[in-house]
Write a protein that binds this ligand. Sequence first.
Ligand code: IPM
Ligand code: MG
Length: 357
Amino acid sequence: MTGRDARRIAVIPGDGIGPEVIAQSVRVLAEVARRHELALTFEEGLAGGAALDARGHPIPPETLDLCRRSDAILLGACGGPRWERLPVHLRPEQALFTLRRTLELYANLRPAVVSAPLADASPLRREVVEGTDLLIVRELTGGLYFGAQSRTGEGARAVATDTLPYSAAEIRRVVRRACEIARTRPRRKVTSVDKANVLETSRLWREVATEVGREFPDVALEHMLVDNCALQLVRNPRQFDVVVTENTFGDILSDEAAGVMGTLGLMPSASLGDRPPGLFEPVHGTAPDIAGQGIANPLAAILTGALLLRYGLGCEAPAASIETAVWRALADGCRTTEMGGALGTAAMADAVLARLP
Ligand code: IPM
Ligand code: MG
């Protein structure tokens, strides 16, 4: 393949443990690309606290340009205690919101998989959790996160308001995406999660989801209230295949799903729009308490590389080879410290590299 055909990856290490885990993810991606004769180029950009320190803005224009001309974006994490006191529009998380909104990344995929060797890491009993293989599809560009906010009055008279708007079109596109993905999975099931007994947006969500379901006769669509879903996730997580839900519910349920796995250190994510670039990041965040010590778990970032190949570049075989190597390493007992083992960040990545098929 010539350099002209190379797929361009924007790499944004960000803050906290972001740079450490992203370095390992890039190592694995580069090696898998070499083996599969896939030409990838990596170009680094600044965002989050790192960009605030260097450029005074959470996402400077050159980073947005870099992202726009890339085929996929690999991001570590943004944020940290040092920047928490800044005004809202200058906080590191704004980098994420700007990318989500300007690139229209409306579908956020967060898989939770509990294979046999991982069942011990879960706080749930093995017989409840082993074999869990679910994918949360979280709507990412609407709802409370982007609705109008206001604050009036002061002290005891203060009143704050957030609004939760959703249009039928916003609901339709994300539910469609969830159904399309369900078609590629063996069980072909979608659980649409809402609070239709209380919220008007949820009633619209359920109507539109039902309509979309008719377009996919080969997909089994069910509806579930969000409080019940939170319960079912810990009671019987294996019942779920694809779960689709609005922004805030998805934020909460995806952390719960990571809790079912027993660690945030294993959950990758993909944020997709209708066209590239998608944004690929581990769910765990910056973990400032362990940053810079070389002990962070790189597996979520490495698995994020697999999602980048599969959903960002449409390359299934190299994506699957990364996942196979990660499951093999876990089956062989390789564990980072936060999983109760002794491997550091680079050693864990070495263990994955050594097991690539
Ligand atoms: C996530 C995070 C972000 C979110 C925060 C950092 C703003 O929790 O990606 O789940 O709420 O979307
Ligand atoms: Mg979250």
